[in-house]
Write a protein that binds this ligand. Structure first.
Ligand SMILES: [Fe+2]
Ligand SMILES: [Fe+2]
Length: 189
């Protein structure tokens, strides 16, 4: 007879040297808050260039979803007393600059930026959700809902020509590397 399924507990599979469950949750909230903030700044930079073009309303729609995600992580920060990353001012400027610079390459490059970022975030949220136990159901659900939205944004970007962006492979590889670095830093600083 098989054993009854035991509820999964956050941090139960941690190895010596890994963050504790409390540290893990703190990191998750901090980095996700930073990421959603960064996403809003990227879209703001894109809208500065493309706001009045046909892609403007599509970008605005995605930016609104990010604002909803940010509000949820802000609420979690207050409830759990987690401080924001010290890098917020950096993401404020870098996100905007990235959004603007890629939008200046054209609307398809802006969409390729969204595609690249959302692919990294999809993976990032999936890994986080996997680490959370049944004692953190609400946080896990918040992350899974945001992840579903990010996957939708990736698909929107693909439908709007992301793959036809100039130097698509190079552009998305560079953006992904930057996004992964930003995640790594925001978890720690
Ligand atoms: Fe988001
Ligand atoms: Fe998104």
């Amino acid at each position: 007879m098989s054993e009854p399924e035991r509820p999964k507990v956050t941090g139960e599979d941690r190895l010596p040297g890994d963050p504790t469950a409390a540290e893990l949750i703190e990191r998750i909230i901090r980095v996700d808050h930073a990421g959603e903030f960064g996403a809003i700044r990227i879209y703001a930079g894109q809208l500065r260039v493309l706001g009045e073009t046909p892609d403007g309303s599509i970008i605005r729609g995605m930016a609104e979803a990010e604002a909803g995600h940010l509000r949820q992580f802000e609420k979690l920060m207050m409830e759990r007393r987690v401080r924001p990353t010290l890098l917020s001012p950096v993401w404020h400027v870098t996100g905007y600059a990235l959004g603007m610079a890629t939008a200046l390459l054209g609307p398809k490059a802006a969409m390729a930026t969204t595609q690249a970022i959302e692919e990294v975030i999809d993976d990032h949220y999936a890994k986080q959700a996997e680490k959370l136990g049944d004692d953190e159901k609400d946080l896990r659900a918040t992350i899974e809902k945001a992840r579903a939205d990010e996957i939708e944004h990736r698909d929107t970007a693909l439908r709007h020509g992301a793959r036809e962006a100039p130097a698509h492979g190079l552009l998305t590889a560079a953006i992904k590397a930057g996004a992964r670095t930003a995640i790594w830093l925001s978890e720690r600083v």
